[in-house]
Design a protein around this ligand. Structure first.
Ligand code: SDX
Length: 435
């Protein structure tokens, strides 16, 4: 007999099935609740609500565990590459030698974008936000790939996935070059994923950028660590859009928009802006933490806290180590790293943060590494999106393969009860707010 939960409502008992995950998590299946008990659940922000059953990524927020298809993130960070991790997330197993060879070859084959797409960059102002451009260009790219819109069959899907992941870096680099008034640099087929991106970002027509191996490795780590993270805001957005039957490009473009927010993927830029503000204004980190704790201030310690991790984010551990290592290898000192470490030390010894179980998350140290690589702050979240793309595609595929129902939550209506239409002459004289 499978485990059940009993709900008693209006004197009636309702038995609801318990769903148990492979890692032992349990959920009360309320999919028939409205039919059985005439009511729905309400959970603002989905703090306690599972939207799906997924086999892609497992997070244990209490223990600080993160596994992609069962493999601990620490092992992937040590042994894998971003291209290999993309295959693992999308197909569920590490690729064979042959699979990795042809998957990498697809990334090379598809690294260029249609020449017509480059004209779109002329239409964006130099001050256009790179996340707006990225989202727009993903959908624009799909206009040149009509064969990928229907997604019939595994071969078409694989081509679409490789094109999207490979070309995302080409689009990101082109938007950067356009924004600084430099000529766009084309990809080079002999370069690996990360080296090619750095080449497109920092080479100039008469001087190729030769990245230090440590810089390439650091970018590779950033992309692997950002590749997926169960049902975060942007991945849930991708699944929501995918559930309507929308194509992969539209779903992932929506994911870029959700990721943009400062409470989510935009936090990596917000962390560096926070550290820079503290540095430029010579603020004692202890004073800044005191301001954050002041209930009258809307300040948050960006890069701290997480909806799921109630302990140290395992990605932050790896990123903190790599930030130290990269700066040492480059023989550089970044005062922002020292400020970040000081803030962490103060916060982790402060009851406000300990009681709320607020620890550094993936965004707290990633920006220091991106700065050392030379990525401008307004592109930090673009790098996050580049890393997250395989996770979004894997979730898009899982929604498609499972023939998931359309995601359509219910609500509890709190608006006016029924009332009559009022003729305009009886409506008073309030005006508009906009200038
Ligand atoms: C990512 O979901 C994912 O997996 C996301 C991600 C991924 O890989 O996709 O891991 C990537 O988005 C990481 C998070 C990046 N965001 C930030 O660093 C922004 C700063 N952090 C927060 O705003 C906050 O911690 C959230 C949004 C991340 C999580 O917030 P919750 O779970 O909704 O918790 P909450 O806002 O209800 O806060 C609970 C309490 C509140 O205090 P009280 O009302 O109880 O007095 O904790 C406080 C909050 O004020 N709090 C903070 C804080 N985060 C929470 N106080 C100060 N600084 C903070 N950073």
């Amino acid at each position: 007999m499978s485990e059940t939960a009993t709900l008693i409502l209006d004197g009636a008992e309702h038995r609801l099935p318990i769903v148990k995950g492979t890692a032992g998590e349990r959920a009360i299946d309320v999919s028939r609740l409205r039919e059985l008990a005439g009511c729905i659940t309400l959970d603002e922000g989905y703090v306690n609500t599972g939207s799906c059953q997924s086999a892609i990524t497992f997070v244990d927020g209490e223990k600080g565990v993160l596994r992609y298809r069962g493999i601990p993130i620490e092992q992937l960070a040590k042994h894998s590459t971003f291209v290999e991790t993309c295959w693992l997330l999308i197909y569920g197993e590490l690729p064979t030698r042959e699979q990795l060879k042809c998957w990498s070859a697809l990334f090379t084959k598809y690294e260029m974008i249609h020449e017509g797409l480059y004209h779109h960059f002329d239409g964006f102002p130099a001050t256009g936000h790179p996340m707006a451009i990225l989202s727009a260009m993903i959908n624009a790219m799909s206009c040149y790939e009509p064969d990928l819109m229907e997604m019939e069959g595994p071969a078409i899907f694989q081509a679409a996935a490789a094109r999207l992941i490979s070309r995302l870096r080409t689009i990101a680099a082109a938007s950067y070059k356009t924004s600084i008034g430099q000529p766009i640099i084309y990809p080079k087929p002999h370069l690996d994923y990360c080296s090619n991106f750095l080449h497109m970002m920092f080479s100039i027509p008469f001087a190729d950028y030769e990245p230090e191996p440590d810089v390439v490795d650091a970018l590779q780590l950033i992309l692997i660590l950002h590749a997926d993270h169960e049902q975060n805001c942007s991945t849930s957005t991708v699944r929501m859009v995918a559930s309507s039957g929308a194509n992969m490009f539209a779903s992932c473009a929506a994911g870029v928009c959700a990721l943009w927010g400062p409470l989510h993927g935009g936090a990596n830029a917000a962390v560096v802006e926070m550290l820079q503000y503290i540095h430029d204004n010579n603020i004692d980190p202890a004073d800044y933490v005191a301001r954050v704790k002041d209930k009258d201030s809307s300040l948050r310690l960006m890069g701290f806290g997480h909806r799921v991790y109630k302990t140290y984010d395992p990605r932050a551990t790896l990123l903190k180590e790599r930030a130290d290592q990269l700066l040492a290898r480059l023989k550089r000192v970044d005062p922002l790293l020292e400020i970040a470490k000081r803030l962490e030390d103060i916060a982790l010894n402060d009851p406000y943060f300990r009681e709320r179980r607020l620890y550094p998350n993936v965004d707290f140290y990633s920006g220091v590494i991106l700065r050392a690589i030379g990525i401008p702050v307004n592109m930090f979240t673009v790098i996050f999106a580049m890393g997250r793309m395989p996770g979004w595609i894997a979730n898009w595929k899982e929604v498609r393969d499972s023939q998931s129902a359309l995601y359509r939550p219910r609500q509890i209506y709190m608006g006016p009860t029924e009332r009559d239409y009022v003729p305009i002459e009886q409506r008073g004289d309030g005006g508009c707010l906009a200038p």
